[in-house]
Every structure is written in structure tokens, then in C-alpha cells.
Design a protein around this ligand. Structure first.
Ligand SMILES: O=C(O)CCC(=O)C(=O)O
Length: 373
């Protein structure tokens, strides 16, 4: 039986009702409410509190002929990847007018009438994961996320399926292809910097991840409608990414929060930068030196937020993820067991389902679980 999400379950539709409270499936359990609030308020509060901020790194220096300048760039990226697992990157070289077009075509898609968007609906139960979707209550905890999204593979071009991409607006495909090419270039550069940061050859990480031919880039355009109770809801629940790197572009509305030193830190919107997360794949390959950052998406009462999460992933079965042998020593033995990317996804899903089942059981028995991750 298909579990295709019906129109009534789209968060955009829910948000259009004049209800002042959100349905219970969207109310996060108490243990998830630390630092949870309206993203617009949280980001202001934090600036006033002097909370440590996600580092901003300038990657222009990596192109310099001057060795010291180049290595200073490597050091700053390495430090951010080791201490935070997330950074804003400045001077990434993606033209701002292209980024503006990406924002425009994404917004135009979500502005289409619902019947038109539904033509692209995904069907997770039958394995059709590309397309327009909303989270299904398919886990034991039954909690939902305050967002709709559009997900598709965007690079390499010989593996994409254009029939799954929006045909409206007309320039969606052209703009998204340009965006993909630009981000692929930045991904290579970041992987070179991160390789050198581990004292490896510049091309090592990219080659381990499948190289130009097989490293995949998937885009998830997150559409977070305004929410009447942002102190109770999450746009995206807390998770680490399975990817190697994830890029985040947004429409200038804050919402991303990262977990560091036992608190949630809200990312401010810094003009002309892109956000990059380190994902599980690089954490494993670097034997834990680079951190896969736990993060989530907040919502707010006043503004629609749209973000573009672009996941750079190795092929599912061709590559075995393991701490690179150059890094494993007697003093720093391997912290992770070898696994394919597909096995990593399976193991993670299994753990998540177990945790959700335990949380649901504890709730039924009147206990409060400590963790939701
Ligand atoms: O919207 C964001 O900033 C984060 C999105 C995210 O983490 C995701 O889609 O997996």
C-alpha cells in the first residue's frame, strides 16, 4: 500500500490555517526543547549574550602562490573542522547573481499552486525518494517536522534524472545545473584543503569519495512556513549528516542551529558566505579528527525560510568508508569499523528507530527519555 503524503499533510497548508496552535504531532518532546524558540528571537538573543559563534573562514588564500598564505587558509579550515564541524565560508567564488537566481527559482517553485507541486510528490514507501515531500510519521515517536521539501540528485550530470526536477519555473533546470557545477568546484577545493589539513596529498579525500565520476551531490530545498508556535516545533529535527560535506545556502532568514559544548548555537545569516558542515563520512575517514556536527532547523512566526542543503556523498556500494590508513597509528587506532555508505545509512536508521521506539515506550510508561538522537 502506498503511503503517499496527502495534500492535507503539507505543512504549507497547515500554516495557512488561522490556528494559533500546532497539531500535537508537531510538538517536540520536552527533552528536545533546550534553546528551542523563534529563530529570529534566538539569533538576536545570542548576539546579545556573546555566545561563541560558528567560525567564518576565507578560502581565497588557498589559491595563493605564497605558501604561508595557503597554509594559513588550511589551518583555519582545519581548526574549524576539528573544533566545530561547521563553518561559514567566505570568498567561495560562486557568483552572487547565480545564488540569487537559485533563491528565485526555488521560491517560484514553492509559490506554485499546491496541485502543481503535488505532481512531483515523492513516494518513500515505493522507494521514489526524489521529488516533493514532507516528513512521514513513520517512526515510533511519530513526531513531524515543520517543513516541506524538494529533493533530487543534481550532479554528476550523467546520473541525474531530469524528469524528477521541477519544469516550472522554466529556468529551474538551467540555474540548478550552473549551481551544481559551481558547488562541485568548491567541494573539490574544500576536500583538497581538508586533505592537506590531515597531512595527506591534496587529491586524497576526493579520490577516496569516488572522484569526479562518482561523488554525488543531492539537493534538498527546505521550505519552512511561518509557525504559530516556534518554541514547540522543529523544521528539521536534530541529526548529523551522512554526507562527506554539506553546503547550506539560505534565503537570508536564520534557522540553523548547531550543538556545541552542551548548548544549541543559532547561525546568524552572514552575507556572501555559504555554510559548510562536515558529515559522518569525513568524520570516519579522518578517524574522528573532523567532527560531524549535530544540527537542526528552527522555525519562526514571521518569515518563510528556504534553505538549500547540498549533500556531497560517496556512491552507495563502491566505496568502503574507513579511517584512512595514513591516519591510523598505534597511538591513534581506528575508531570506526569499515562499512559501505549503504551500510552506514542502514546502521544509522536502525539506531534511530531503536531510539525512537525506546522514547515512545518510555513516554507510554510515564518516563522521560534523556536523548532523542
Ligand atoms: O535548513 C537548514 O539550515 C538545515 C537543513 C538540514 O539540516 C537538512 O535538510 O538536513
Amino acid at each position: 500500500m502506498s503511503t503517499k503524503v496527502s495534500v492535507a499533510q503539507r505543512v504549507e497548508i497547515l500554516a495557512q490555517s488561522s490556528n494559533e496552535s500546532i497539531p500535537t504531532e508537531y510538538v517536540r518532546p520536552v527533552e528536545e526543547r533546550q534553546d528551542l524558540g523563534d529563530a529570529l528571537e534566538e539569533v538576536k538573543k545570542q548576539a546579545a549574550d556573546g555566545v561563541p559563534q560558528i567560525p567564518v573562514v576565507d578560502i581565497k588564500g588557498f589559491d595563493s602562490d605564497n605558501h604561508e598564505t595557503k597554509m594559513a587558509c588550511v589551518e583555519s579550515v582545519k581548526k574549524a573542522a576539528e573544533e566545530w564541524g561547521v563553518m561559514h565560508i567566505a570568498n567561495h567564488g560562486v557568483p552572487e547573481d547565480l545564488l540569487e537566481k537559485v533563491r528565485e527559482v526555488g521560491k517560484k517553485f514553492f509559490d506554485l499552486p499546491m496541485e502543481q507541486k503535488e505532481q512531483y510528490a515523492n513516494d518513500q514507501a515505493s522507494g521514489k525518494i526524489q521529488g516533493y515531500g514532507s516528513k512521514l510519521a513513520n517512526n515510533a515517536s511519530g513526531r513531524l517536522e515543520w517543513e516541506d521539501y524538494f529533493f533530487h540528485l543534481m550532479y554528476p550530470f550523467d546520473k541525474i534524472d531530469l524528469s524528477t526536477w521541477p519544469k516550472d519555473p522554466k529556468d529551474y533546470i538551467e540555474v540548478t545545473k550552473q549551481f551544481a557545477e559551481q558547488l562541485r568546484r568548491v567541494a573539490s577545493k574544500m576536500l583538497s584543503i581538508l586533505s592537506i589539513g590531515l597531512e595527506l596529498e591534496a587529491g586524497k579525500l576526493e579520490q577516496e569519495l569516488g572522484g569526479q565520476e562518482d561523488l554525488l551531490m543531492q539537493v534538498k530545498i527546505n521550505y519552512y512556513p511561518k509557525c504559530p508556535q516556534p518554541d514547540l516545533a522543529l523544521g528539521v529535527e536534530a541529526h548529523t549528516d551522512i554526507s562527506s560535506l554539506t553546503f547550506i545556502l539560505h534565503n537570508g532568514v536564520p534557522g540553523l542551529q548547531v550543538f556545541k559544548d552542551n548548548r544549541w548555537i543559532t547561525a546568524p545569516c552572514i552575507p556572501d558566505t555559504l555554510i559548510i558542515h562536515i558529515g559522518d563520512t569525513l568524520e570516519i575517514m579522518s578517524n574522528g579528527r573532523y567532527k560531524s556536527i549535530l544540527h537542526r532547523g528552527l522555525v519562526n512566526k514571521e518569515k518563510v525560510r528556504i534553505s538549500w542543503a547540498v549533500f556531497c556523498e560517496p556512491p552507495k556500494d563502491k566505496v568502503v568508508l574507513r579511517p584512512l590508513e595514513e591516519i591510523v597509528t598505534d597511538e591513534t587506532p581506528a575508531k570506526f569499523t569499515p562499512r559501505t555508505f549503504a551500510e552506514h545509512i542502514e546502521q544509522k536508521l536502525f539506531k534511530k528507530n531503536q531510539a525512537a521506539a525506546a522514547a515512545a515506550a518510555a513516554e507510554t510508561n510515564g518516563h522521560k527519555p534523556n536523548s532523542t538522537n
